[in-house]
Design a protein around this ligand. Structure first.
Ligand SMILES: [Zn+2]
Length: 434
């Protein structure tokens, strides 16, 4: 049994001062420090962390990323895109064409270290690798879940760019192995513009009740392609094939009509926003107000831009203020709802309890150094987190499933050999691509 004492607890709803937690893989006791000497005697506690007045928050859920993009950091390829499709053609589709299983494993291994450093405990990944499709999801899971004890959801981006039967098999094979609590999977699809009607039909035949994970209307080109080939919008096309199972992830949704937003909400799908990526690609920004008014539940991802998600909180709030030319165009209450949605979603998909400090909830949380320079209480704790920590949220300690993964900013274990191997593999990949 372990304990953390002398901390403030904030779970994005309740703020409690001067608290302790006693936990193994789940939280077994929470209370005020006055009770701790007495209560702690009832348990065989062999590891106590003194939080010294720091703030403990639940580990974060990153709802859309691309671990395979890790090796693009610092990569220089000829790059002169005129539009979104050319960004894919000149960068991402080249990168994913050469990734092998060893590269995938090492990119996930190094990413997992990044997630811990940035307080991410659950990762939802959307993977592509043409060279090695079969076995790729197992590599991601091995690094993120088996080696680091984080939680994850993985899927392969089925696309007509690849051998589609292998993509379908990879999604199905991995899904058959899922272990609730630790990891799950989606049926991955790249985007409407790289999926023929024949492929959508094939996917429907095997999909069952699996939620899909797909980019939708990330740029206007996805809608234009769909309208010109099929005469309907992307969401209508996916719905026509019966692919919008509950808990499906619709990613980006920048160019959704109000009708498409309503279909997304009615089918129980979630929309994952990725504001930093959208700004980086120059593709526009989602219309959050309309999306909210149509009752669509939103989540937040980083689209592979980093290993963090708290910086996306800021990107979303600031970009929406900018989009609407309104300093009240998106509030901390909107952000709070999106963060709470992420725990609701993870709990539903993983069949676990994340995101609260109540008895029986998973011991997935982080300790942030005390940095208060103004009073903090339940009414402004999210504001403290947003303006005081989010731009570079770096916990000093991080636990997943009750296991300490990082102590005093240092990830436990020896990871140097794998990090060095990752540099070698990236070098090889870049050479292959040049
Ligand atoms: Zn993406």
């Amino acid at each position: 049994m372990k304990a953390i004492k002398n901390v403030q607890l904030f779970d994005f709803v309740d703020y409690k001062e001067n608290q302790y937690l006693i936990f193994d893989d789940t939280i077994v006791h929470r209370g005020s420090m006055e009770e701790f000497p007495e209560v702690s005697k009832q348990y065989n506690i062999n590891q106590i962390t003194d939080g010294e007045g720091g703030l403990v928050i639940p580990a974060l859920v990153l709802c859309h990323t691309h671990i395979y993009s890790s090796f693009a950091r610092g990569m220089a390829l000829p790059f002169n895109p005129k539009n979104f499709l050319e960004i894919l053609q000149q960068l991402w589709w080249k990168l994913d064409s050469k990734l092998d299983l060893e590269m995938i494993y090492h990119s996930a291994y190094c990413s997992a270290m990044g997630y811990i450093k940035h307080g991410v405990g659950t990762v939802i990944d959307h993977h592509a690798s043409a060279k090695d499709i079969t076995g790729s999801l197992e590599m991601l899971k091995k690094a993120v879940v088996d080696d680091f004890g984080l939680r994850g959801m993985f899927c392969f981006e089925s696309s007509d760019r690849f051998d589609i039967d292998l993509c379908i098999q990879e999604n199905l094979k991995f899904h058959s192995s899922v272990e609730h609590g630790l990891y799950n999977s989606h049926f991955g699809m790249h985007a409407s513009m790289t999926l023929s009607d024949e492929t959508l039909g094939k996917i429907k035949e095997v999909l069952g009740d699996m939620p899909i994970h797909i980019h939708v209307a990330e740029s206007e080109m996805d809608q234009q392609d769909c309208q010109s080939k099929y005469g309907i919008s992307v969401i209508e096309r996916l719905d026509k094939f019966g692919l919008l199972n509950p808990c499906s992830l619709i990613v980006h949704g920048i160019y959704l009509s109000e009708k498409e937003m309503s279909i997304t909400a009615e089918r129980g799908c979630y929309l994952v926003l990725n504001p930093l990526s959208n700004m980086n690609n120059g593709v526009g920004l989602p219309d959050y107000r309309k999306i909210k008014s149509r009752g669509v539940k939103c989540l937040l991802g980083n689209d592979g831009m980093s290993n963090a998600v708290a910086n996306e909180w800021q990107a979303l709030l600031f970009s929406m203020h900018h989009r609407y030319s309104d300093p009240l165009g998106f509030g901390l209450d909107d952000l709070q709802q999106i963060i709470l949605n992420s725990y609701e979603y993870a709990n539903s998909m993983l069949q676990t309890k994340l995101g609260r400090f109540d008895k029986g909830y998973q011991a997935d949380f982080m300790l942030l150094d005390e940095q208060n320079i103004t009073p903090i209480d339940g009414s402004n704790a999210l504001g403290h987190l947003f303006f005081g920590y989010a731009q570079s949220l770096r916990p000093s300690h991080f636990w997943s499933g009750g296991k300490l993964k990082m102590e005093d900013y240092k990830i436990l274990g020896d990871h140097e050999e794998k990090r060095k191997r990752s540099v070698e593999l990236a070098k090889k990949l870049w050479k292959d691509l040049s």
